[in-house]
Write a protein that binds this ligand. Structure first.
Ligand code: PSV
Ligand code: MN
Length: 429
């Protein structure tokens, strides 16, 4: 089922198709001079997928304020409708990652059927033991999976187990575990005992994973704990993943590192040791800003994809990362930000496909630093928009997703249908 009239999208595309054909032919001619077949790259672009976080469809906020948008989704069913619009326009976001209990429903089979009808699947399920829920017996104020109190740890483990059960019904294949556990004062927590408790809890969760599932361990340097965080970096994350077993891997959220950290190198290390779970894509200036992917550091994102495409090119064993967005949209229409971000991630992938890899290896082997750097830049500097637009159009999406979405009047329509409930399942994240 399409949320926006298919003939309307076709009509919008018709207006832009002559210009696209011209641009595509020009780029095709340029690439063919370097022995690259543009149609082959477009087919790869068309296969690319990045999942959308259900919580990203609501307007985000900071700890100071949240400024709700018009027609925000009030429950997971409405979030799915918005995700279907995003996928209809960009055609590379066919899966949604749910967060529990924000997206908890009475009937998970019904939820799966609804998603099916909208042409959507479910990506990794996310547990939430960083907030207290109404009526919850034990508070997570001082931690969850690592809490000093066994009953609190049990409650957090049980929540992860129920997430797996719900995920099974939804067709998910992974559980993402991010905890806010840590400390705010030096001396507040015993680092080693705290990590021992983490391992004890996560081993119980790991034991409940179906055989074809993975467990993604997400690290984050700080926040909400500001002195120490239990899984603060990829080192702690990968050590724990190694301790747990093959199905446990490290998930890289781009905003969860110290400023200036060489994230692409972390990615390379994780690939080498078959421990790369995947990504939460976003961008950041200062910390975990959750800005739109590629909005500030498109070159960094491209360098990450250079590593990913290199692994693909060399057919690295066990390489199968999960791609997902994890952003907070405070001042934009979340649908627009998610469409734009998905396209930006896809753009990095396509540019990385265009790196002349054999030439790059040659420069690396002959210590030609300048030409190695220029080889990367040559691909990054290409305008690959015609490839992205063509891939979208061939699959029934929009040549210009933002313009088509705006012209469709979808936001105004849901604005009338969804009066504000005054609260939202997402928001200050
Ligand atoms: C934590 O900052 C995080 O990146 C985790 O992925 C959470 O699940 C998500 O944001 C939503 O709060
Ligand atoms: Mn994240």
């Amino acid at each position: 089922m399409n949320m926006i009239d298919v003939s309307f999208v076709a009509e919008q595309n018709r207006k832009a198709s002559t210009a696209l054909d011209e641009d595509y032919a020009a780029l095709g001619a340029k690439l063919s001079r370097h022995g690259v077949d543009i149609d082959a790259i477009t087919s790869k672009a068309a296969e690319f997928q990045v999942a959308v976080p259900s919580w990203g469809t609501g307007t985000g906020g900071t700890r100071f304020a949240r400024f709700p948008g018009v027609g925000e989704p009030r429950n997971i069913f409405e979030k799915l409708e918005d995700c279907a619009v995003i996928n209809q326009m960009v055609q590379c976001t066919g899966a949604v990652s749910p967060h529990f209990p924000w997206d908890k429903v009475d009937d998970f089979s019904e939820l799966r059927q609804t998603a099916d009808a909208l042409g959507l699947a479910f990506d990794a399920v996310n547990s939430n033991t960083f907030q207290d829920q109404t009526g919850q017996k034990h508070s997570y104020k001082y931690g969850s999976l690592t809490h000093v109190d066994r009953a609190t740890r049990d409650q957090a483990v049980d929540h992860n187990l129920e997430c797996i059960e719900w995920g099974k019904t939804l067709g998910s294949k992974a559980l993402t575990v991010w905890i806010g556990d840590g400390s705010n004062f030096a001396g507040q927590s015993h680092f080693q005992r705290q990590l021992e408790r983490y391992l004890e809890s996560t081993k119980r969760i790991y034991a409940a994973l179906p055989s074809d599932w993975n467990m993604f361990l997400e690290h984050k340097m700080f926040e909400p704990a500001f002195y120490s965080t239990v899984i603060q970096d990829w080192g702690s994350s990968v050590l724990c993943a190694m301790e747990l077993g093959d199905k446990a891997k490290s998930l890289v959220d781009l905003g969860h590192h110290a400023p200036n950290v060489n994230i692409e190198m972390i990615v390379s290390r994780l690939i080498q040791f078959k421990k790369l779970a995947g990504f939460h894509f976003n961008d950041s200036k200062y910390g975990d800003d959750d800005l739109d992917s590629g909005s500030l550091h498109p070159y960094q994102q491209f360098l990450i994809f250079n590593e990913l495409v290199d692994a693909e090119y060399r057919q690295q064993e066990g390489f199968n990362p999960a791609y997902m967005l994890d952003q907070s949209h405070n001042v934009t229409d979340p649908i627009e930000s998610l469409m734009n971000s998905a396209a930006e991630v896809q753009r990095s992938y396509v540019k990385a496909l265009l790196i002349d890899r054999e030439r790059l290896y040659g420069y690396q082997e002959s210590n030609d630093a300048l030409m190695a750097a220029n080889t990367l830049k040559a691909a990054f500097n290409l305008d690959v928009e015609p490839i992205l637009a063509k891939a979208r159009m061939q699959k029934g999406g929009a040549i210009d997703p933002i313009a088509t979405y705006r012209a469709s009047g979808y936001r105004q329509m849901v604005g009338e249908k969804r009066p504000s409930s005054g609260q939202s399942g997402s928001g200050i994240v």
